[in-house]
Design a protein around this ligand. Structure first.
Ligand SMILES: Cc1cc2nc3c(=O)[nH]c(=O)nc-3n(C[C@H](O)[C@H](O)[C@H](O)COP(=O)(O)OP(=O)(O)OC[C@H]3O[C@@H](n4cnc5c(N)ncnc54)[C@H](O)[C@@H]3O)c2cc1C
Length: 457
């Protein structure tokens, strides 16, 4: 058998996009995926006719990489209504995006969520992010989302009732400590496009990417145990060799395989699905827990967004809790059901619990762009994954393409494009930020991991 050009380890979006790019450039590869399907953190299970994404997750259609790579029409995207319903003081209040939902200016400005001044600040924030390129947004000094919101002078109450559950649910971090660059980027993506899911679940995204790969190039249930030089050993004992290896696993696993001693803290999330005979709300809109009380951060009736998410005559309710409050499923269901009853009344007693997902490493804690360019361990050995870019679908896809491009440049003897070391940019801003992971571990932006790296001979 002739030798393949590359081995890619990990069939999430990063690995799939790396494979796609290498394939387009005529290189041969084997993509090794440890689990029984492609997609990594973006997968959908079927249960009794319901489609359960492994954790509530959405595609922002403005993601530039997704626009380049995906066939949106074939995904049959179904969109959320811009805005949210915020639960506060025993009622639901609507906050809309009046630029994208014409006719809602009046209602929005008089909604009790946020003061009039907050709504003007929202409009200023929108102009700010839309008036800058994505590069400029990521070039801005890094700080916490909370600090950025304070800089925009949003009232503490609006931050608590709206931004905390909204961005807390996106960045999986309730204290708004996550990156301000990422916050502005996401805000821009939401101002510029739709929040959507494929009609038949988020798993359709990796399925579309995997379907375009050459037959036999994706191997499932193939977990890599270790890498020695350019040889990988699977847990089955089988070995494979190629002149190029791309490690596209989650950050912590990548560090294990590459023997890198650098911790990549995780953001975790819990998601519970319920079947409901009637939908508790009529619209495809995100519901946010604005009071700060109770475990529910956000909720969506997925069957309102795409009817395919539930069998005929039933509805699918998806509840998101930031973090892993407990591993005890029964106590969590009791707690959540109590809060749901307070929100939607006694009809909740007729809901049926379907399944709970607890995802420990849902997102890495990273400072966007800090590692983006740094995907070459040495010529022939590369890394990809959301932890190399931004913790998002966009970041994972982009990192996969960037790793493939670096590999191709090395093969062709081409120089790297000139870039500013993003770490210097962080330091130059004088804003080294101490971040704390959900596990309590602290680390600082701009930390230099290279000195700690041990690469086997
Ligand atoms: C619940 C949840 C909600 C999210 N919400 C959003 C959202 O709304 N919008 C958004 O943009 N992003 C969201 N994200 C983030 C986004 O899904 C991820 O950033 C992205 O999917 C990461 O892709 P990846 O390829 O880098 O890593 P992964 O998807 O983790 O892929 C890594 C792959 O490597 C495989 N692997 C691991 N070890 C080995 C090994 N030793 N050998 C072989 N294979 C191995 C794994 O099985 C996995 O398939 C969310 C994530 C979660 C979990």
């Amino acid at each position: 058998m002739s030798q393949i050009d590359a081995i890619i380890i990990g069939g999430g979006l990063a690995g799939l996009c790396c494979a796609r790019h290498l394939h387009q450039e005529g290189l041969s590869f084997t993509l090794l995926e440890a689990s029984d399907g492609p997609g990594g953190r973006v997968r959908t299970d079927e249960l009794d006719g319901f489609l359960l994404d492994r954790g509530f997750q959405v595609l922002l259609t403005a993601y530039p990489e997704a626009q380049d790579v995906l066939d949106y029409d074939a995904l049959d995207l179904c969109t959320f209504v811009p805005g949210a319903l915020v639960r506060k003081d025993g009622q639901f209040f609507r906050i809309s995006d009046p630029w994208r939902e014409p006719g809602t200016w009046f209602r929005n400005f008089f909604s009790p969520i946020g003061s009039m001044a907050d709504k003007f600040r929202l409009s200023r924030l929108r102009s700010h992010v839309l008036g800058r390129s994505i590069e400029e947004l990521f070039d801005a000094p890094e700080m916490s989302t909370r600090q950025a919101l304070d800089r925009y002078s949003f009232s503490p109450r609006f931050i608590e009732e709206f931004f905390r559950p909204w961005f807390g649910g996106i960045q999986l971090e309730s204290k708004l400590n996550a990156s301000s660059r990422m916050f502005e980027f996401i805000f821009r993506m939401m101002s510029d496009g739709d929040v959507a899911v494929p009609a038949r679940g988020m798993g359709q995204i990796p399925a579309q990417l995997a379907a375009a790969l050459p037959e036999g190039s994706l191997r499932l249930n193939a977990r890599v145990q270790q890498i020695d030089g350019r040889t990988v050993t699977l847990t089955s004992g089988e070995t494979l060799t190629a002149p190029n290896i791309v490690v596209a696993t989650e950050g912590p696993e990548s560090n294990r395989l590459l023997r890198v001693r650098m911790s990549i803290p995780s953001r975790s999330v819990t998601c519970l699905y319920f079947a409901a005979p009637e939908a508790p709300i009529d619209e495809p809109i995100l519901v946010l827990g604005g009071s700060g009380r109770g475990l529910i951060n956000n909720l969506a009736v997925m069957s309102n967004v795409s009817p395919s998410y539930a069998p005929p005559g039933q509805h699918l309710v998806c509840v998101t809790v930031v973090g892993l409050p407990t591993r005890d499923e029964r106590s969590l269901i009791t707690n959540i059901s109590g809060q749901l009853k307070r929100w939607f009344g006694s009809s909740v007693t007729r809901w049926r619990f379907l399944r709970m997902y607890q995802i420990e490493h849902a997102q890495p804690v990273v400072v966007p762009l800090e590692w983006t360019q740094d995907n070459r361990i040495e010529p022939g050995l590369y890394t990809a994954g959301d932890y190399r870019a931004t913790p998002s679908i966009q970041g994972a896809m982009e990192s996969g393409r960037l790793a493939a491009e670096t590999l191709l440049r090395d093969l062709r003897g081409e120089p790297d494009p000139e870039t500013i070391d993003p770490r210097k940019r962080v330091s130059a801003s004088g804003r080294r930020l101490r971040l704390k992971s959900t596990t309590g571990e602290e680390f600082e932006t701009g930390e230099e991991p290279e000195s700690e790296r041990e690469i086997p001979d």
